[in-house]
Design a protein around this ligand. Sequence first.
Ligand code: ATP
Ligand code: MG
Length: 141
Amino acid sequence: MERTLAIIKPDAVSKGVAGEILSQYEKAGFKILAMKMLHLSKKQAGGFYAVHQGRPFYESLCAFMSSGPCIALVLEAGDAIQKNRKLMGATDPAKAEPGTLRKKYATSIERNAVHGSDAPETARFEIGYFFNGLEPVDNQG
Ligand code: ATP
Ligand code: MG
């Protein structure tokens, strides 16, 4: 089993589709090991997306991610990282496959509804950014 960090981004929370998205993680076979709603500061959003510092969209991305509450989740499944990337679809909703979360819920390449870790090292960093070691429950069988 593998873990990945997912975020239901502020655009999806404010649209009122967080519950639908949670349900789709479950239907896809992910176990939700941890979950919290929080309103990031711009600095906290910047720390999360530090790999993109210097990119032209960085400032706007940090403003968007701190514009309202988001929901951070630890999801577990076999091949969870790739499985979630597939469920999310392409970064740009115009290029996302039908049925994917971004196709259904994103409004633009920036306001694209969900985040998912892209590799084991980034998943470790991202899970640790939002959750302490005791928070993901490990006794769900
Ligand atoms: P995420 O990391 O949020 O799961 P991703 O891995 O598909 O998305 P990244 O390249 O890591 O895409 O970009 C991080 C986020 O930055 C994107 O999800 C999107 O919100 C924003 N972003 C990426 N590229 C652009 C762009 N060209 N213009 C505006 N925003 C962008
Ligand atoms: Mg990314």
